[in-house]
Design a protein around this ligand. Sequence first.
Ligand code: ADP
Ligand code: MG
Length: 707
Amino acid sequence: MARPPRRRDAPAPRLDASGDAPVSALPGVGPKVAAKLAARGLETLQDLWLHLPLRYEDRTRITAIADLRPGQPAQVEARVEAVERSFRYRPMLRVAVGDDSRGTLVLRFFHFGKAQVAQFVPGRRILCYGEVRPGQHGLEMVHPSYRMLADEADAAPRDRLDPVYPAIEGLGPATVAKLVGEALARLPPADTLELLPAGTRESLGLPTLREALLTAHRPPPDADLALFAAGRHPAQRRLALEELLAHHLSLRRQRIALREHGAMPVRPAGKLAAALCKRLPFPLTGAQQRVLDEVARDMARPEPMLRLVQGDVGSGKTVVAALAAANAVEAGRQVALMAPTELLAEQHFNNFRAWLEPLGLRVAWLAGKVTGKARAAALDDIAHGRAQVVVGTHALMQEKVAFAALALAIVDEQHRFGVHQRLALRDKGLSGSQVPHQLVMTATPIPRTLAMSAYADLDVSVIDEMPPGRTPVTTVAVSGERRAEVVERIRAACAEGRQAYWVCTLIEDSEEVEAQAAQTTFEQLGEALPGLPLGLLHGRMKPAEKQAVMARFKAGETKLLVATTVIEVGVDVPNASLMIIENAERLGLAQLHQLRGRVGRGAAASSCVLMYKPPLSALARERLEVMRATTDGFVIAEKDLELRGPGELLGTRQTGLASFRVADLARDADLLPAVHRAADGLLAADPGLAGRVVARWVGGAARFAGA
Ligand code: ADP
Ligand code: MG
């Protein structure tokens, strides 16, 4: 039966129309179920399509009991032979089942109801699935999933693998699987669903979106489950490709939209910056000068600057920011500098004050702990333009903070902030249609391809030269068994007037436990090093306490600072020349590099001791070796990408990107060149289609695109 051809002037079908339908369109989804789904962010059919299985169960085969192997999941078809209930220690139900292979298997239950017990009548047939393990009387399955069989046909094995979905609170696994199945049954035909140009996916040998979704939810029996577990199956890669493309496009569109706003061109004579340079105790490095020129050129234009300055720890980004600030102030404008922690913000505040106040500028301070009259006064100074430069934390983004004429927003350590926070600061400067210039600084060196995706909305400058006179940090890896020698080393360094850090690390993601460990280490080191003034710094301390501890260390009153990884970012004490990192094997390369960057900031030869707890895994050994071999952040970043396996920590957290549903920037980095090509093509040829790709994956975040 041929369908009538579509009239040429008929409106094109709306793509994704069915995917946008609310979950309540599915049978069995009333307000209660919908609310439970919504609590997991699942609101539309498409959200269910993208609710991917964690793993799979193979019910396509039936294994004879005699062939079962402990430790392996299997499906068995058998007859109930005997049933035994006991209550001796706790309720327990044991059901012995057997099949034609003359094997016997015990199904064991600790939670069971009356009706369940009544089902197990000797002689009845049962189909069960579970992991086999050795028991007291031969092999057993504990709480297998099972089904009583009515007739022969009933046991027909599945033809696809069964998905196991991430749990949704309040909904049983069977319900979740059924709902996803219903949503998938409503998948539109491949050509309606598809948004990617055929060339993009074909060149990578990847399936259509429809095929990818169906495979990812119900793989064929011969699917390579190891590939799935590693996130490298073509079906997953197809999804990751589109998701990466969507995020990349979203950032590119934000950039395009932002560029449509004007910005105040900043074209000062450069007197203030020159005066500041003259007061600095050092000349700028060539790289600092080059980046400063790039920034000044951007700021002179009537569109907003969107620039990321990447520079390894200690490369001198702060002074570049201060010079850019001086330019904006000379042009009669205001500058905001935002840092992710109070510690870091305060350090910037002190630097900026020392540099800019002698030139007659007023630098205001705004952080969460600034309250009452002080806060009101700061807000007033900012609103009336009396404070030309404002330094602070997230507090800068609060609604009450209004600027008189913000022309430059500087954000330090970008990866700690999300894109959205940066945009909020940008909005502070909105006056008419103008937005402030944006300067983002990060010490996280990331490989070029990753940077192109993570910072697709920014131009990138790199300070690729260290200030002169620094001796590179020598790094050694030492077993924790040699702790006494390490303590001796601290004593020797401090006796020479130097200072040291001791960083305690833990696996637990708990500030409290970490703080406790630091406290214990602090006490032990205090005993081991009598007479040496020690400081303690951890995340559970109040900001004022932290600042006092840092001030004493910076002033040289304390010689050894015992700290958690809170000191990772930005802390600058040039006289500290020894860094001890405990349990270094637990940290990723990026974090080790950040920590090591706290030393080697002065003229004295510095060293970093990576203390580890043997035995080292092969991966940990390789990481420590990389740290020993190089201090170049970019080399380390490339290595990090190469070594990072599944289960390693870093990834998106480092980039400030929204989190992904399927993709992983590091794991899927090889897809990025194709993503960038496809993005260029789409933006040039079909911006509307680009918008649909973004809407499908990025959703809420894309709202910023139009802002
Ligand atoms: P980062 O890039 O890690 O933020 P900082 O801006 O904190 O680095 O600079 C690290 C140290 O180097 C500071 O003490 C700073 O005063 C100093 N510094 C910056 N530029 C130079 C330079 N051109 N020559 C010598 N020292 C410099
Ligand atoms: Mg810095």
